[in-house]
Design a protein around this ligand. Structure first.
Ligand code: C2E
Ligand code: CA
Ligand code: CA
Ligand code: CA
Length: 279
């Protein structure tokens, strides 16, 4: 019995213990970060490929930790989800984005759009958050379609009534929907005709290997043609080279996003970039 008892805990190595402690500490830090203004919103331009103009931006969150420096969302979004902080964070991301898009609509382009990411937890919880978003948009007198929500294919797959409701609520609020990381998930495609989606974002894994006559070129071509037939517009993610940009433009892709144009940058810098480019 003693041996079995020891065995039961044998997986709990010192390394794992340290990891668990680190997680606990980080979660605690994150709670303070949300309250203490350590979160920052970066923006990455989404470029209209035909004209080269910046029509949109994706909001990407950053955490400036007092001792660890900039923490990647890949590292802290999971913590935010397991601790429930994701709901406050999501609301903050929305409010900030609404403020900036109002400014960029009035100062740069009346159709400017900002897209925000939603974690499955946020999207699948029917908590009236979109009503709150709608209220904030009304307060800012934001006209329709100023904001886009990015969700992934997986979130539509177990299509229950909550999912349909949330999509309807977004529609009512005048918020558009983009399918993020397209092509990496289940790709059953049937949901494309079932749900009212506005944008497809071709995942970086396709863009990365684009070359004339490559299989990823064929796939991207097919995605673009199909999307257009269904009335959706296409954004290619992870555009890093001029060749990728040219191939995508030739294939009729509507928008591009990636390091070729700009990395995600702080809002003030993005503002300066818009001024310089006179979109
Ligand atoms: P995502 O939504 O797929 O965002 C695109 C990621 O690709 C971003 O990473 C962006 O910096 C990166 N990226 C953009 N262009 C290029 C490129 O040309 N090459 C390469 N190699 N990478 C590029 P980031 O900012 O680290 O965000 C990672 C993920 O964290 C996001 O993936 C998204 O899933 C999540 N995330 C970010 N902000 C939020 C947020 O406010 N809320 C939620 N729920 N998730 C967020
Ligand atoms: Ca995204
Ligand atoms: Ca993506
Ligand atoms: Ca992703």
């Amino acid at each position: 019995a003693k041996g079995a008892g020891r065995n039961r805990y044998s997986y709990f190595t010192p390394a794992l213990q340290v990891e668990a402690l680190t997680r606990m500490r980080l979660t605690n830090d994150l709670r303070n970060a949300v309250k203490g203004g350590q979160l920052e919103l970066y923006f990455q331009p989404i470029v209209h490929l035909k004209t080269g103009r910046i029509h949109k931006a994706e909001a990407l969150i950053r955490w400036r930790h007092p001792t660890r420096g900039l923490v990647s969302p890949m590292d802290f979004i999971p913590l935010a989800e397991s601790s429930g902080l994701i709901f406050d964070i999501g609301m903050w991301v929305f409010s900030e984005s609404a403020r900036w898009v109002q400014r960029w609509r009035s100062e740069h382009h009346p159709d400017f759009q900002i897209s925000v990411n939603q974690s499955p937890l946020e999207f699948q919880r029917d908590d009236g958050s979109y009503l709150e978003w709608q209220r904030q948009m009304q307060d800012l007198t934001l006209s329709g379609q100023a904001l886009v929500v990015e969700i992934t294919e997986g979130m539509l797959l177990d299509a229950n009534t909550t999912v349909s409701n949330k999509l309807l609520q977004l529609r009512d609020a005048g918020i558009q929907v983009a399918l993020d990381d397209f092509g990496t998930g289940y790709s059953s495609l049937s949901y494309l005709k079932k749900f009212d989606i506005d944008y497809l974002k071709i995942d970086r894994s396709f863009t990365r290997n684009l070359a004339p006559d490559s299989s990823d070129m064929a796939l991207s071509d097919a995605i673009i043609v199909m999307a257009h037939k269904l009335g959706l517009r296409v954004i290619a993610e992870g555009v890093e080279t001029e060749q990728q940009r040219a191939l995508l433009a030739e294939a009729g892709c509507d928008y591009g996003q990636g390091y070729l144009f700009s990395r995600p940058i702080p809002a003030q810098e993005f503002d300066a970039m818009l001024r310089a480019q006179q979109v």
